[in-house]
Design a protein around this ligand. Structure first.
Ligand SMILES: NC(=O)c1ccc[n+]([C@@H]2O[C@H](COP(=O)([O-])OP(=O)(O)OC[C@H]3O[C@@H](n4cnc5c(N)ncnc54)[C@H](O)[C@@H]3O)[C@@H](O)[C@H]2O)c1
Length: 146
């Protein structure tokens, strides 16, 4: 299965950084947060991160513009319907994460991979909320400047 479209839930410190990584790598990114100001802040931070990459000569202006153009800020989980991979980066709370994944499973295709960026919760505990727990993975990112 080819991954083209990536959904990210949570546009805080991790979600905005993860979004930038995937945008730079050529993916379409749909970014969702329950808080509108977090989304606006993430958009600003991604714009600024891309500008820095262009200033450093790591990407051309055209490439950063194309990457920014692949970012979609969304307000409803229903918008994730066509995503191939969804990465959760919300508050570190088991019940809140389980409720989110339960909701996502009803929206996405059977092939869509569901990933949690949790730092401390067992993936199996989060996956227990799913009808198909085998579709769930843990995903961790090391944080360093490009
Ligand atoms: N290296 C790593 O991979 C790494 C490092 C730090 C944190 N984490 C994990 O990443 C996750 C996010 O951490 P962070 O530091 O970005 O947090 P953060 O507080 O900066 O951002 C969390 C965002 O999620 C939003 N949110 C909370 N509940 C939501 C919901 N139900 N639906 C939509 N949006 C919701 C909040 O509004 C906030 O903007 C946590 O699980 C944390 O443990 C992973």
């Amino acid at each position: 299965m080819e991954i083209k479209s990536i959904g990210i839930v949570g546009a805080g410190a991790m979600g905005s950084g993860i979004a930038q990584v995937f945008l730079v790598s050529g993916y379409e990114v749909l970014l969702l947060d329950q808080n509108e100001s977090a989304l606006a802040k993430a958009q600003e931070s991604i714009r600024s991160g891309l500008n820095k990459l262009a200033e450093k000569g790591k990407m051309t202006i055209q490439e950063t513009e194309a990457a920014f153009g692949r970012l979609y800020l969304i307000s409803k989980t229903a918008n994730f319907e066509k995503c191939d991979l969804i990465i959760e980066a919300i508050v570190e709370d088991l019940d809140v994460k389980k409720a989110l994944f339960k909701e996502l499973e009803d929206i996405v295709s059977d092939e869509c991979i569901l990933a949690s960026n949790t730092s401390s919760l067992p993936i199996t505990s989060i996956a227990a909320a799913l009808q198909k727990p085998e579709r769930m993975i843990g995903i961790h990112f090391s944080i360093r400047p490009f």
